[in-house]
Design a binder for this molecule. Structure first.
Ligand SMILES: Cc1cc2nc3c(=O)[nH]c(=O)nc-3n(C[C@H](O)[C@H](O)[C@H](O)COP(=O)(O)O)c2cc1C
Length: 311
């Protein structure tokens, strides 16, 4: 039986490519989100940014995540056909990476709620489908989080996804969910994000007021986590998933890019498997898909008991 809350694949630059999103969907993710894409690059016609927005038809509903800090540019970006092909738009106001913050994007907007509001309102005006905002608790403390959530609601966001860490924390320490009930009373749904890995935890967060959970790192190499947190049944075949992931990417990208992308995914799929490290080391120096897939196939031929997870 499925629990009554939403599971979302959190956006992860360099990881949540269209193939991974489609695979997570097959294991029950209710919503997927693209990697963050620069609204400015999209508007300027950057081919790579536009190509990052390719998607599988079966992966629905899916949101496109944009970042930026210029209301007009952000509004213009959501009018592009690549963005229009998505069911929703998510605005990144949480990214802590120095380069992004230094340009006034991502979590820099936590320090400038007025501009953040103008960005949300401008996108809302241009976009007549669901709109969400993803942000962190604050820069170095959570003092402004509730007001920031209210501002998002007042500016037109339909829901917010909150990573319950501050920017200063980056990815260290634990997510602190103390403020969740207060945030949930703001009036729009709140999706809880940060360290979610189990069904019990997801249910507890929903009891505290969350409408759903967004899962990031926990899903890497474990796309079946979406089924697991809902208490569903699944059969996960690691080798088949690696092969399918590569096959899907090959539909869009040239082999050199696919090989490069697959290295980090293979490392995630094999993480924690006994003797998996030597395969990952071999894969890391490979330049062709065959040189990535062959060591994986050999590994599972020798260790068939590690190939499937059935629940
Ligand atoms: C490699 C990596 C890339 C990320 N890229 C993005 C991104 O593009 N947009 C975004 O809003 N958050 C991004 N995040 C943050 C995640 O969406 C999520 O908020 C964070 O990892 C906490 O969730 P988790 O503990 O489930 O991983 C990224 C995180 C990681 C680890």
């Amino acid at each position: 039986m499925s629990a009554d809350f939403k599971t979302i694949l959190a956006p992860m630059a360099g990881y949540t490519d269209f193939a991974f999103r489609a695979i997570c969907r097959e294991y029950g993710a209710d919503l997927t989100v693209t990697e963050m894409v620069s609204s400015k690059a999209l508007v300027m016609g950057n081919a790579l940014s536009r190509r990052m927005l390719c998607r599988e038809e079966s992966d629905k509903p899916s949101f496109c995540q944009i970042f930026g800090h210029e209301p007009d540019v952000m509004a213009a970006s959501v009018l592009l056909p690549e963005v229009q092909s998505y069911e929703g738009v998510d605005i990144n106001m949480g990214c802590p990476v120095r380069k992004i913050v230094g340009s006034g994007d991502g979590s820099a907007l936590l320090e400038n709620p007025r501009l953040a509001s103008q960005c949300i309102s401008a996108v809302k005006k241009a976009w007549n489908k669901p709109l969400s905002v993803k942000f962190r608790l604050g820069v170095s403390d959570s003092g402004g989080a509730v007001d920031f959530a209210k501002m998002c609601a007042d500016s037109g966001a339909d829901f917010v996804t909150v990573h319950f860490r501050t920017r200063k924390q980056m990815y260290s320490g634990n997510a602190d969910y103390t403020l969740l009930p207060k945030l949930a009373s703001v009036g729009i749904p709140v999706i809880a994000n940060g360290d979610v890995a189990t069904a019990e935890q997801s249910l507890r967060l929903c009891e505290m007021g969350a409408s759903g959970v967004a899962i990031g790192r926990g899903a890497l190499g474990h796309p079946y986590l979406f089924s697991e947190v809902k208490g569903g049944h699944f059969c996960f075949d690691v080798l088949e998933t690696i092969e399918r992931h590569a096959e899907l990417l090959t539909k869009v990208f040239e082999e050199r890019i696919v090989a490069n992308e697959m290295k980090k995914h293979v490392a995630a799929y094999l993480k924690g498997k006994r003797n998996g490290k030597s395969v990952v080391t071999e894969v890391m120096s490979a330049h062709t898909l065959e040189k990535i897939l062959t060591p994986c196939r050999n590994f599972f031929d020798e260790n068939p008991q590690m190939r499937r997870i059935i629940r």
